[in-house]
Design a protein around this ligand. Structure first.
Ligand code: AMP
Ligand code: ZN
Length: 111
């Protein structure tokens, strides 16, 4: 699978990991758009983006948001933004579902 995030999951591509469990990993974005910028992704390459989310598979999304809330709490981050780009025009460059967590200062406008 030629997917940069799958390679991060296997360790083929190194990353600065902050969290890992059996279902997801969180690692810092290589090109941070805010003082704190990490990504949380499912380990499996099942969903290419938000448009693949259904009632049946959305459990992973709930888990990811619970992980984000816990990581933010543990790091003392009170204010943050969660973003998922879906589709090329929205800025999606990696077709493996991922959520950006941005924090560490006043964030700009959404778009
Ligand atoms: P998106 O453009 O929304 O699909 O988000 C993909 C994100 O992955 C971008 O913010 C990239 O900077 C980030 N990214 C790409 N390759 C790596 C990598 N090897 N390690 C960490 N982050 C990466
Ligand atoms: Zn993948």
């Amino acid at each position: 699978m030629d997917c940069v995030f799958c390679k991060i999951v296997t360790g083929e591509i190194p990353s600065k990991k902050l969290y890992e469990d059996e279902k997801v990993i969180a690692f810092y974005d290589i090109a941070p758009a805010a003082p704190v910028h990490f990504l949380v992704i499912p380990k499996v390459h099942e969903l290419t983006g938000a448009s693949d989310i259904t009632e049946e598979n959305s459990g992973i999304v709930a888990h990811i948001f619970a992980v984000i809330a816990r990581l933010a709490r543990e790091q003392g981050i009170e204010s943050y933004r969660v973003v998922t780009n879906c589709g090329e025009q929205a800025g999606q460059t990696v077709r493996h579902l991922h959520f950006h967590v941005l924090a560490g200062g006043t964030l700009g406008a959404m778009a």
